[in-house]
Ligand binder design. Structure first.
Ligand SMILES: Nc1nc2c(ncn2[C@@H]2O[C@H](COP(=O)(O)OP(=O)(O)OP(=O)(O)O)[C@@H](O)[C@H]2O)c(=O)[nH]1
Ligand SMILES: [Mg+2]
Length: 227
């Protein structure tokens, strides 16, 4: 089923590229839809990251845990093509796991978050990956994100620990802040770019390298990022 979807999307992209090139007119939203899912412990900032990406704002105040699942549609432009990201925001709390498992299967990309001020949320990423391997597609694009990078003084997980873990998993890594917005747009742009390129990939086309793209674009805090 997944392969068929990719084939369909490849056709759509070719058509879109043709239309965009021939008419110089870009009104092609909603044609290519990519599903992305946010997972990770409760309180790591999944909903906040999505709100920051969607509305460009951070709502401070008391934490209200997501119940069940929510979703947001957002159009991003990748290489002159509009791509619709359908982003599923899952609840991190244990009691909702059975609800959210059902959504893993349809996801083409999966963002696994931990909170850099919580060692347990970092340690739990291993358990999350086990779930991901059990329920998601084999070729799902996974990205590891260390969120709350603005909270320098309460940091409990060093950036290089995140990098090491991501290397071990073979996935790209970024530190983000839903509060300041650092790297937030980049995460979703990288996902959209990777998925668009995968869908459009023909044997003789140059490949898109998500690791390199992130490496050149992401912002690192220049100091004080270790314990
Ligand atoms: N300083 C700071 N606080 C953040 C950041 N992201 C989230 N928070 C705060 O952390 C708390 C939890 O954020 P949520 O986005 O609700 O967490 P969640 O991962 O959606 O939690 P569940 O829905 O229970 O799975 C809230 O009080 C947020 O304001 C961040 O990048 N920086
Ligand atoms: Mg939430």
């Amino acid at each position: 089923k997944f392969k068929e979807t990719m084939k369909e999307q490849r056709k759509k992209i070719k058509l879109l590229e043709y239309l965009t090139a021939s008419s110089n007119f870009m009104n092609v939203t909603d044609i290519l839809t990519l599903q992305t899912i946010l997972v990770g412990d409760s309180g790591v900032g999944k909903t906040s990251l999505l709100v920051q990406f969607d509305q460009g704002k951070f709502i401070p105040g008391s934490f209200s845990a997501t119940v069940g699942i929510g979703f947001t549609n957002k159009v991003v432009t990748v290489d002159n093509i509009n791509v619709k990201l359908q982003i599923w925001d899952t609840a991190g709390q244990e009691r909702f796991r059975s609800v959210t498992h059902a959504y893993y299967r349809d996801a083409q990309a999966l963002l696994l978050l931990y909170d850099i001020t919580s060692k347990s949320s970092f340690d739990n990423t291993r358990a999350w990956l086990t779930e991901i391997h059990e329920y998601a597609q084999n070729d799902v694009v996974i990205m590891l994100l260390g969120n709350k990078s603005d909270m320098i003084s309460s940091r409990m997980v060093r950036r290089d620990e995140g990098e090491r873990l991501a290397r071990e998993y073979g996935v790209p890594f970024m530190e983000t802040s839903a509060k300041t917005g650092v790297n937030v747009d980049l995460v979703f742009k990288a996902v959209a770019k990777e998925l668009k390129h995968r869908a459009a990939q023909l044997p003789n086309e140059p490949k898109f390298h998500i690791h390199e793209f992130i490496q050149t674009q992401k912002k690192e805090s220049s100091c004080c990022s270790f314990l």
